[in-house]
Design a protein around this ligand. Structure first.
Ligand SMILES: Nc1ncnc2c1ncn2[C@@H]1O[C@H](COP(=O)(O)OP(=O)(O)OP(=O)(O)O)[C@@H](O)[C@H]1O
Length: 299
């Protein structure tokens, strides 16, 4: 088994013409843990992963595996197992897909039965993929990533569309990889989907980093607080500061460390600031996540 190495994203930006998909993004993913890469649709997750895997060129900054870009890895398939958008030929079996891939990429096909077993697909390996459920396709995509026995896994939305049993299974699968000391990065647009599976989170919105840290640090953030917004955010910031209220700025406004919205409203009134929003942020991880990414609306 290849050992887990850190994924390092540093000052990464990616523009598509006038669209900024990734905007000066920096974070590190450590081995031995499952890290959730989270953000609403269009936040820039897939673009970040595509740059990391050498499928897109960065406009600025770097995305490396312990300092080495994917294109310069001596044995990329034995270092990184990646599942982005998987397309399978409906008329071929899972076993055939894996064998052909192993042969084409120079990996040994001797591991095919073992990886099929590892993803729980041994009983279905000789059936045509056309008849597979979404969950079975997701498992086959994971089987590909295991063929080179890599130390790093980069998985784009692997939980999307799984039923509760599939989610339970993948949780164990990801945690096992991490326990073996591998690096596991899993993207999702729903915190609730990966919440049970991840140790760390990296949260982005509009291509920018909103938060990175342990899942429990996000939990700490989920004490009852108040959301406040104003057409004049600098004035509201000044009013909050004058009232001694701590806050962070999210996409839907300021998240104020104060459970009572009335106190925040009073601070705004004293500062002569018009409010556009004022409500209590219910405690809970998902609320905390949504307040960071702006309610998950399309950008
Ligand atoms: N090839 C491209 N050309 C132009 N714009 C692009 C291209 N790829 C991505 N974008 C834009 O970049 C932004 C980020 O998209 P990206 O797919 O990385 O987001 P995401 O977080 O992965 O969302 P999703 O889960 O919906 O794929 C979006 O505004 C998207 O429209």
């Amino acid at each position: 088994m290849a050992s887990g190495i850190p994924i390092e994203i540093s000052g990464l930006s990616k523009h598509f013409g006038p669209v900024t998909a990734v905007d000066d993004l920096s974070f590190t993913v450590q081995p031995g843990k499952v890290t959730g890469f989270l953000g609403p649709n269009g936040a820039g997750k897939t673009t970040t992963l595509r740059v990391l895997l050498g499928l897109e060129r960065a406009s600025a900054g770097t995305a490396t595996f312990d300092g080495t870009p994917y294109s310069a890895l001596p044995r990329p398939l034995e270092t990184v197992g990646a599942a982005l958008d998987a397309n399978f030929h409906p008329g071929r079996t899972a076993r055939n897909h894996l064998k052909v891939y192993a042969t084409a990429t120079g990996l040994s096909s001797s591991r095919v039965p073992a990886v099929l077993e590892q993803v729980g697909m041994s009983d279905y390996a000789d059936r045509r993929v056309g008849g597979y459920s979404l969950g079975m396709r997701q498992r086959l995509a994971l089987a590909y990533t295991l063929l080179g026995d890599p130390g790093v896994f980069v998985l784009d939305e692997p939980i999307n569309g799984l039923d509760p049993e599939g989610i339970k299974w993948i949780r164990g699968f990801l945690q096992n990889l991490a326990r073996e000391g591998r690096t596991v990065l899993v993207s999702s647009h729903l915190l609730s989907e990966v919440q049970q599976s991840v140790d760390e989170v990296v949260i982005i919105a509009k291509g920018r980093l909103m938060k990175s840290g342990t899942l429990s640090s996000l939990e700490l953030d989920s004490a009852p607080r108040t959301i406040a917004d104003s057409p004049d955010r600098p004035a509201l910031a000044a009013a909050l500061e004058a009232a001694g209220l701590e806050y962070t700025e999210g996409r839907s406004g300021f998240i104020v460390d104060e459970p009572d919205p009335a106190r925040v409203g009073h601070a705004a009134f004293v500062g002569g600031v018009e409010l556009a929003a004022l409500h209590r942020l219910r405690s809970g991880l998902e609320e905390s996540f949504l307040s960071l990414v702006g309610g998950g609306e399309e950008s």
